[in-house]
Design a protein around this ligand. Structure first.
Ligand SMILES: NC(=O)c1ccc[n+]([C@@H]2O[C@H](COP(=O)([O-])OP(=O)(O)OC[C@H]3O[C@@H](n4cnc5c(N)ncnc54)[C@H](OP(=O)(O)O)[C@@H]3O)[C@@H](O)[C@H]2O)c1
Length: 316
């Protein structure tokens, strides 16, 4: 395995609990960074299958020079022993399962001389679901990749991925080490609202964007009068270009289309098309167009009269 010389995971053991999309990605990235990876799933067969699939999914150069101690093995969650599982436990199970699994492991643990660090990957949540493990001396935290991992795919690298971290000091340090070893970047969240934890805003923003983009794409793809494969590629190119613009210039400068140009007649005709062919998309378009309108206004590209006309068309 070729491992960057600065990798902090060489000679370390990472236990990955859960063999879904995120478990697979964390296991793969840890292996690439030179760790010994211990994979745990409630079904031993699932852990074995993933342990066998990861090395074959990796590009050949990632496996060229195996490090002493690096490797991957598979276990049943029922056999997990907190004293020996690893220095870091990465909980990559569903939100629903986290609390129950943490409570069960805490109950099962004997005395721990060197308690591991426990991190989960659920973006919205704080460390509460892992709380039973604190009584056993574990430092608790979160390591959330701001990335979309579709089911069934093994992400072969986390290089360049942004992560949100939270938790006790020791847990944050461990999470930061992992981010560095994975070649990722930390997104520092700002706690500026006593009533609303930053993690909840963070994850809601991420879900709105990632899920919203996919849903919008599906609506546009259905409406597009072209062969499905061509429509997907063509819309994909438009979406990629639009994202490039918005990242480089910001939403106000990147906005294009009838609302940005103040074309009220054209907007009305488009709404008619949607009402006729995709009423669900008409609701989304009206709602998003209100935001387009305020972006266009803040750019100063619409006169107040034109803005009022557009507003009326959106209300009609
Ligand atoms: N997918 C993403 O893009 C993404 C991105 C960032 C963060 N996350 C977060 O990462 C976590 C895992 O997501 P995922 O996409 O990897 O989910 P996933 O592919 O559905 O995998 C979930 C895993 O949890 C296991 N599990 C479910 N219930 C369990 C229980 N009661 N006891 C033990 N294991 C249980 C499943 O095991 P079985 O196979 O045995 O059912 C499966 O291995 C979630 O909190 C999610 O929000 C996901």
């Amino acid at each position: 395995m070729s491992v960057p010389s600065e990798s902090s995971l060489v000679g370390r053991t990472v236990a990955v609990l859960g063999c879904g999309s995120v478990g697979a990605a964390f296991a793969t990235a840890s292996l690439r960074a030179g760790a010994r990876v211990r994979l745990f799933a409630r079904d031993l067969g699932a852990a074995r299958n993933l342990a066998a699939a990861i090395p074959t999914a990796l590009p050949a150069d990632a496996l060229m020079t195996p490090r002493a101690g690096a490797g991957i093995d598979a276990h049943a969650l029922g056999d997990l022993d907190l004293a020996t599982a690893g220095e870091v436990l990465l909980f990559c199970v569903t939100e629903r399962a986290l609390r129950e699994l943490a409570a069960e492991l805490a109950l099962r643990a004997g005395p721990l001389v060197e308690p591991p660090v426990a991190l989960h990957s659920a973006g919205f949540l704080g460390t509460e679901p892992l709380a039973p493990l604190r009584a056993r001396g574990l430092a608790l935290g979160k390591l959330h990749p701001l990335h979309a991992f579709p089911p069934g795919e093994i992400a072969t690298s986390l290089a360049g991925v942004w992560f949100a971290l939270a938790g006790d000091d020791a847990a944050r340090r461990a999470a930061r080490d992992l981010v560095r070893a994975f070649g990722g970047r930390e997104l520092a969240l700002i706690e500026d609202d006593e009533a609303l934890p930053a993690s909840e805003r963070y994850h809601t923003a991420a879900s709105l964007l990632a899920g919203g983009l996919v849903a919008l794409f599906a609506l546009a793809e259905e409406l597009m009068p072209a062969e499905r494969a061509d429509a997907r590629q063509a819309l994909g190119a438009l979406a990629a270009r639009t994202l490039e613009n918005v990242v480089a210039r910001g939403p106000t400068a990147a906005l294009t289309g009838p609302v940005a140009r103040g074309e009220a007649e054209l907007l009305s005709r488009q709404l008619e098309v949607l009402e006729a062919r995709a009423p669900e998309a008409a609701v989304a378009y009206r709602s998003l167009a209100r935001r387009m309108l305020s972006l266009a206004l803040s750019r100063g590209s619409l006169t107040p009269d034109v803005a009022r006309t557009l507003e009326d068309r959106l209300e009609s």
